[in-house]
Ligand binder design. Sequence first.
Ligand code: CO
Length: 497
Amino acid sequence: MERKHKVGITDTTLRDAHQSLMATRMRTEDMLPVLQDIDQVGYHSLEVWGGATFDTCLRYLNEDPWERLAKIRERAKNSNLQMLLRGQNLVAYRHYPDDVVDAFAKAVVKNGINIVRIFDALNDIRNMERAMKAVKAAGGHVQATISYTISPLHNIDHFVDLAVEMEKKGADSLCIKDMAGLINPYDAYELVEKLKANLKIPVQLHCHFTSGMAAMSYLKAIEAGCDVVDTATSSLSQGSSQPATDTIVAALRGTPYDTELDLKLIARIGEYFKKIRGNYEVPLDVGVDTAVLNYQIPGGMISNLVSQLAAQNASHLMDKVFEEVPRVRRELGYPPLVTPSSQIVGTQAVMNIITGERYKVTLTEVKNYLKGLYGKPPGQVDPDLLKKVLKDEEPFQGRPADLLEPQMEKAREELGEYMEKEEDILSYILFPQQAMALFKDRSKKGSASKNVVVSKEIQAKPAQAEAKKEPQLENIYTVDDTLCFSEHEKYFIYPSA
Ligand code: CO
């Protein structure tokens, strides 16, 4: 057969795969022993950082995410490292000022990330531009991303227009991010074919297996010219994760798209993670999700809805909530369901059903969304809802981050002696309590070996810092943690991104 193009593979095992199947809980120590093997495979890139991993390191694992990155970089000498960045939200849940975005982009590239995949939950390019510029300025590869969704207004031409705009803004490659596993094989073919016809940059497809269609969609996308696809190690694949690397590599073997990767080596890595998986309580099974096919609700979001209803003793209302989610989404102008819009839509739907009256309680996040503080909704927002919530107030039309004051210098002062490296400021700005807890722990360990008296003195600082920091937390558009986390750890999961 005539050689067409060698398909590249991005291995998501150390980021999206365990985020999707293990609530992002894989510890660095479980990643390191196999990294040299992974590095030898010859992947297009390794997705190892960003998304929810930053938060989880600080919140649950008592790990410094920057140290994780350094350790990975040290062992994966030959591979491109890749991360996922939520545009102006970075790796958290609200918009950050431009000085923080600039510093974060600079820091990730400096610490060894080569490719930064940048998306915005509303596909509002204004929320991506600053990060794109900053990554580029730092010398990184900008992978601009379309958050794929299905709605009356999200047709193929809409996505192609968006992609062309992203290329104009300096994207080095384009990713179709199908976080819910919604794209069917024939739409994947048509979308990639049109993207390839309209773009000069490479096109990459990122699917979740959730609906069971992902491997078929990859195949059709590859036939249409897709340059790179995302897969995960066999033992952490399928379900709400990516298709297995082995499957795709084997399917393409001897074809014009052969990846030329070593299946035996790939299988050995899968064996390693099979053992590692036993170290954790894995909350979800890896079957095909029917709710995503019928209601377009992503897998990660379902587990959130289940836990929210269980907490209210209202599990019997699940079917009603499934039907309410698309209704709320329509009223909000069809946002793609990805962090943070998935939490906002899902929680409002739960409220609407539990209270027995739609919008009897309107979430602060929904109000802020309607005010334009997350960016521009993709479609028309329901006029009655807008009037009910905003009364006579006009929605903000500008770029949300333009409302924010610079934050770096203030945070630097607040951190004071706790700062050991420049990156600490970023951890502190994104997750103040969690980062501070880590720093306190770190300085205690450090001072325990040196001088106990010093630690007492240092401890006076954070109390002050925390008191000062409180007003900042009232920032206009936070997505409250309660939307993302269940009290019951076993249900905790981040909806896709
Ligand atoms: Co994903």
